[in-house]
Design a protein. Sequence first.
Length: 821
Amino acid sequence: MIAYSIREIANVCGGKLLLNKESSISRLLWDSRSVYDASEGLFFALKGNRHDGHQFLYQLVDKGVGNFVVKEGKIPDGLRDKANWIEVQDVLLALQKVAAFHRQHFSAPVLAITGSNGKTIVKEWITQMIGNDRLVTRSPRSFNSQIGVPLSVWLLNDKTDIAIFEAGISQPGEMQRLEKIIRPDMGLFTTLGQAHQENFTSLDEKLHEKLHLFKDVKTLFYNADQLLVKDAVRQYFPEKNLLSWGRSKGVTLQLLEEHELDDKMRLELSYGGDVFYIEIPFSDKVSVANILPAVLFLLYLGYTPENIAKRTALLEPVAMRLELKEGTNRNLLINDTYNSDVTSLEMALDFLAQQSRKKGMSRTVILSDLLQTGLSDEELYPQVANMIKEKEIDRFIGVGDALMRHASLFDSNARFFETTDELLRELPSFRFSEEAILVKGSRSYSFERIVGQMELKRHATVMEVNLDALTHNLNQYRRILKPQTKVLAMVKAFSYGSGSYEIAAALQYQNIDYLGVAFADEGVELRRAGISVPIIVMNPEEKSFGQIIEYHLEPEIYNFRVLEAFNKAVAAENREEVPIHIKLDTGMHRMGFSEKELDELIFSLKQKPRLRIKSVFSHLAASDSQEHDGFTKMQIETFEKMCRKLKRGLNTNFWMHILNSAGIERFPEAQFDMVRLGIGLYGFGAGKIDSLRNVVTLKSFISQIKPVSAHETIGYNRAGTLNRDGRIGIVPIGYADGLNRHLSNGHGKMIVRGQQVPIVGNICMDMCMVDLTDVNAEEGDEVVVFGDDYPVTMLANQLDTIPYEILTGISRRVVRVYYRE
Ligand SMILES: *Cc1c(COP(=O)(O)O)cnc(C)c1O
């Protein structure tokens, strides 16, 4: 591993060094939550939208971190002589300078990939195909941001034969900075699309910004079917070696024909006048789009078409998902099949820590050898062993000969197996119970067999929840908020149907400021599961006041009865300074104090010194509807007026909040101190943020297919017919699962093999039937009830209701499965 002296690093950053002890630096740290090894580590106190690394300095010094880069004037007085400090004006820029400096030490060829889609897949596929011949150093997962790129480039080392880094941008000006860090020799532009368009005035502007990455490359690969790209590339870079792919004539690698064969695709390609064929084990269009640049790159490296064809046939899907499943014996399974690298292991271990805080859960890791990491075993496995130790893993099980050879690095009770089969034979003897178990294997180890043995198999209708999409949506909202505005996430009604603890834990990990629940039991459940964020209970019932106080929940006080009763409960427990939140009615006419009641409220609160007013809030009745904008503005004004009166009357200050999801988008001027985000987290916005993602997918499968002739009837009351000879499929989801019975008889549709199929007959309690006559479907095929391809909004329109009702109506018996990408 390469190390630099702290003096050298201070120089590179252009910072002022406060030196306590000479030190060398080989590790860059940026996330205080995942510091597992402090030795030779340098922590960059980065300030994000919400997280500020400067808040964690004491904690990090305690963990043994000895070197820091901080903003000028931000060295805590108590720590000045406890570590080395580099003061800079811009911490992120310092990180980038350090990476750029590191980059200069290496001459291995560097390929930079940018584009709106496909960056990660193209990078991973190239690595899959050449990774056994050369040591490829690459961006972990999709680390392609202003922070991700420097951290990726830092992985360059003496053994690197070739490096592949992704670069992604969301705002003008960012690519210049990434270019200086990556200094690519070769460039690859996947596609130009609409992603992150909101910060650019035009597609042209975004294209020009992206092309900046390639200003000094010698060779550039691009998609010539995109005319905008083709013209720009030729105009700007006439002197470069330009290699293109696409269907159009005159490209370097031309796609002549594609044939779909079951689950494969056979492609006829032309290169340098020769025609050749490859097969890929995928049949979707996106895979075709991604394989062409990868093949072109291999051709450029000198691989022959025959050789490439052998490799494309063996490609594996790039699994970005980290799945959370319920295991047998109350175990929690985290399944990660990502083509392993050290950073992804670290991220998975963090996720394990985050999810295992549930009471009494110990942590277990089942890990295979890490393949194609770009590190030698001698460097890799000590790092792995260290992480396992630092993350307080209780049981470690390793599979593969490299791990076996390095067994001595691990705890004495760690167990090792040469193959997955050997582990499978021994699996029952481990008697896993109430453990959080991370199962992470490179694909060739087929760890899905381990997961298959350990997962709890139930009713096969599942609701999948994409925790990364949830985080993405949260960050989209944060971006349009002022930096000081706090965010309360509403997790009432089982987090809009998506689950309680898991969602709250993910939000807590993202430093959410507050959570909101409807009833005290929901809050108690979260507290018992280890959620420590402040929680407001919107409907505190008198009988739950004891629990509210005991579990540090904070009640919404909406009338005098509740105010008096809660005060009494607080006095009985002899507590002081108990936080409450006062609800005002500004026009919704649901809960809350009205304007007329303010004088009495002030009088009453003055008699209750045990209660501390943490916030005062109100709720908008029609924040999503333009037609009522006048009314909404009136509500906001009334709210301000009432708050002013309260502040004056009580001579105290408190936070104010009134905006829900749609309000955040449509009335940004009314953010006050906090906002309450609900449905927007799930991707249902008011139209101003165009990059929200779907979070929840409801899926089932076809349990049986049978032929039905034109004159036969289907289901209860003989309500369904096909009107022609055809086939129906039985799907094990019914109205008891939350599938609204009004979707019967063709009113609703589901997705099978990418096609919409109508529901036939009446929906039953536990199942329903779909018309499969026009689809080439088989038993066992997946059926999507709603998700990316069939949005909840569509279903809501059909049922004349709103997405809220559909989401919260999915029964608790439907298993929730969580995953990260
Ligand atoms: C449910 C709720 C919200 C969140 O509303 P969304 O429309 O889902 O954003 C905010 N505030 C209160 C008081 C709520 O009950």
